[in-house]
Design a protein around this ligand. Sequence first.
Ligand code: SF4
Length: 495
Amino acid sequence: MEITLQREKPTCNCGVFGIYGSEHASLETYYGLHALQHRGQEACGIVTRSIGTKGKPVFYGHKGEGLVTEVFEDHDIFQNKLIGKVAIGHNRYSTTGSAQSVKNIQPFTVNYRLGNLAVAHNGTLTNAKIIRDELVNEGAIFQTTSDTEVILHLIARSRLENQVEQIMEAIQKIDGAFSLVLMTDDKLVAARDQYGFRPLVIGKLNGAYIITSETCAFDLISAEFIREVEPGEIVVIDDEVLKTGEIKSYQISDTTSPQKHCIFEYIYFSRPDSFIFGHNVDKMRRRLGKILARNHPVYNEDEKKVIVISVPDSSNTTALGYQTELEKLGVNCRLEIGLIRSHYIGRTFIQPGQTNREIGVKIKFNTVKGVLEGRTVVIVDDSIVRGTTSRQLVKLIRDANPKSIHLRISSSPITHPCFYGMDFPSKEELIANNFNSNIPEMGKYLGVDSLEYLTVDEMLEAVSEAGKDNFCYACFSGKYPTEVDLDFKKEIYEL
Ligand code: SF4
């Protein structure tokens, strides 16, 4: 049986990339998607715009299931197929719609009354089902089961005569989380919801403009970061902008809306080398580690140094912050590489059965036994979802004969679903719900000598430089910043 190892972290973010005015638009989009691969590994696609033989704009696309390097294995397509100076691209985990459906791979394109249109979306629209039902009742035929398609329908059905105005009109009808890039026959348009749940940044490369999810995509192609797309803002790039250098900007919603950035972007999703929500992710992740150490330290049990290790790679920076602060607290400690992670798993053959399920973790991680043997070991991780992987990981570390194992988590227990673009397993599968958030009992189940999480207040304290009130933390608290329909997710999957 060939299976993909069960994801031990929340999934379903996506990465978006758009570029206007570059001779190598598709290739740069490919590199951008490569840098954003962590935001979605199920599928990806690129759509470009060129001028056809009849002098009219033509859209060209290529998409498929798999990693960016797999989908764009044939490099000739950048020369021969994906031509033009404008492009948008998308990396995907499925948030709504069947993960298996090739039709759901973005960017989506349509040809309608005012021309061509392509869209790539990161987030989840909380009222997509309602809009979709209305449109279907009016005769609309949907091609996909994705919430993103409703945006195209709303734009295509608008009676306005200007594409940007049509996009603005459509955006005023959608709710929830969206960081969007859209391509029209003569423009690149980007929009971010009024809460700013997901990041969206603007950059420049040799006169071309880029709009993408994270700044790490700029670094790979040596583009310069200009600014973030503000919550509630629409940005338009066209030939005029290339000439004047003045980005066209429109406010689509009340500027006084509270910002509600996804705190999980700082905890786990975004890359530590990115700059989002006004700050470096690396700095915020270190702060989470520091606050974790300050509030949940592990002290020496003997004269030997406490060994702090991360669960690579997402917890590396947090572990660094934890160890630095622990040392400041006077604990004799050292940051070590105690777990080695294989980056070459892909789809791995695993026999069914309990013993072989354990091999899943062993394929991914191995211990550096000399580092752990006889030591007080602190494992720093960013989150626990089901707990099954953490439990197997602890067993693996226990096999290396440490003196004791202490697990420290740089987020609060996950207890609620996300309605803004992240996919957690069902409530019944979440370890925190199964143990009623009883942390000592969860620790016993995981097989550690102690387990501590950050509280919600401690988490918010860690990110307070970006404004304590500016974050969504609903999956840890059930306090959703917008109205949500608790049946929404179930329904949309049944489309
Ligand atoms: S519910 Fe959790 S994952 Fe979803 S946006 Fe809020 S903080 Fe992020």
